[in-house]
Design a protein around this ligand. Sequence first.
Ligand code: NAD
Length: 261
Amino acid sequence: MFLKGKSAIVTGSTSGIGLALAKALAAEGAAVVINGFGDADAIEKERAGLAALSGAQALYDAADMTKPDEIEAMVRRAHDELGGPDIIINNAGIQHVAPVDQFPIDKWNAIIAINLTSAFHMMRAAVPFMRAKKWGRIISTASAHSKVASPNKSAYVAAKHGIDGLTQTVALETATDGITVNCISPGYVWTPLVENQIPDTMKARGLTREQVMNDVLLAAQPTKQFVTPEQVAAFAVFLCRDEAAQVTGANLSIDGGWTAA
Ligand code: NAD
């Protein structure tokens, strides 16, 4: 339990990759703040499970990642109630699939706010607390789409490329402060986010569900297998170790070879 005494915020952790990240950090003893939308009873069950797993506190914070003041308040809460945050994981994300000339403006704005700008607000608020302790880990869940593009995903690809640039910039700014800043870029991970985009892709490309799974999603992934949330989480836990202190400013792929050149 090498994270005993440390605390972490994982944004968008009521589901999918974020929940796996929260569990993996709690399993190493970290107090965790989970965040995101969902059924109140289900969230409370996850929160209690995380506290039992870590033997430390676990909090739920409902901060909406489109609202800078709520993000800032969540970081301050992690400071006031848990003495952190020592680790932040910018993971909340949404997707919308449509050609650029039909892309709804409200969807563009929401994707940029949640998938990119919220990470800026998290970093802005957390870096001073990390600097004061001379230790910090900032990890963002980017995507293979931070390195390459796919049609019909203009907002998502723009936001994820933005995460790559933000990661590198803040890594340079914090390089002598004991803080590392990295992003992890998964290929297709089997979560509700992927499952939910299948109907839109079917519509946008005129394909069946099976064709979307095999010819669109896994077509890009040479291993022909989905990444698991637990594999992404294990990668993030490694970045929190002292052995990873020299890994900073990196965009680390876990994509079954998708972005291999
Ligand atoms: P998911 O839909 O299972 O989970 C998304 C989480 O974000 C949920 O907890 C949801 O409540 C939360 N969320 C959404 N809007 C929010 C808001 N305004 N404020 C706070 N929380 C909000 O998705 P996932 O697949 O686990 O995705 C997690 C991250 O991983 C995203 O950033 C996504 O882009 C990235 N990613 C996913 C895949 C994949 O194949 N699933 C691949 C690469 C990258």
